[in-house]
Design a protein around this ligand. Sequence first.
Ligand code: NAD
Length: 312
Amino acid sequence: MKVVVTGGAGFIGANVVEKLIDRGVEKVVVLDDLSSGYRANIEGFDVEFHEGSILDRALLGQVVQGADSVIHLAARPSVPRSIVDPVLSHEVNATGTLYVLEAARRHGSHVVLASSSSVYGSNPVLPKSETLRTAPISPYAVSKLATESYALAYQAVYDMSVLPFRFFNVYGPLQAPGHAYAAVVPSFISQALRGQPLTVHGDGCQTRDFTFVDTVTEALAISAIKRIASASAVNLAFGSRVSLLEVIKLLEKCLDRRLEVTHSDPRPGDVRDSMADDSLFKSLFPDVVAKPLELGLNETINWMRSSSFDRN
Ligand code: NAD
């Protein structure tokens, strides 16, 4: 079996590469331009690595040729980054996805894709069921809605086998903390380990549905190996709703000390509350279970302590 992972040198990508190898996939191929990923993330794994962009259609065609499945994760991630450069966000996330789908269509490959809970945007209803109206409030969210919509349209008109997942807040080992657009969990842990105050955007009462990366990669690997398809996007989270202040409390418990907090302005484009309805996911993946947040945070802390995580 051959599985291509676009963005395979990134946080979720490198974790999924390891999972695919563990599950016995014979050929794992990574295409990554290393814009936010690291070659070191996949060092030591038996993978074929191509440094390049999904926007290079000739290279993409070569890489996807013969692939049973493509796990498409390459993207310009993060809401704030898309506000700084919305055009690039669109080019990589929307146009790039179209190119990946075209290559997969030519070669008969199944495609698993990464959309985002941000597509629910300003819709206040909780939990977020896939049938809710989408209401993106950032260029990133729009580009992710394009990602999943293109995939579903390709399924409808070309009878392709696709599975768009909506990731919520994924966290865990390999998630880079040391840059301006870092996600909240690695930022908090990195600041805590340095003895710095934790920076909270807004009041800290905003809520998120955190998902440990190993759970996400398990679902991705099963999807690729079994070529699972879905007629709609599927939430990949488990319906837990935790505020950032509660995350800090858990970190205090894990680290066994009080943590100082400073508050800065809320970030434009950030949604207030997020929590998945996981019934569709559970019907497709009854054996994939969530890791409790405290355990996942402990694993992430251990990884950060043992690695040279500050790459930037
Ligand atoms: P990441 O930045 O670690 O991974 C993205 C990878 O894509 C990087 O390795 C980067 O170098 C690569 N990439 C970027 N542009 C590329 C291009 N033009 N060609 C080839 N490679 C390119 O981020 P991540 O958190 O691992 O995100 C993976 C996917 O999951 C992304 O599509 C992201 O939008 C989506 N997602 C992540 C989360 C989360 O909580 N981490 C939430 C929702 C959606």
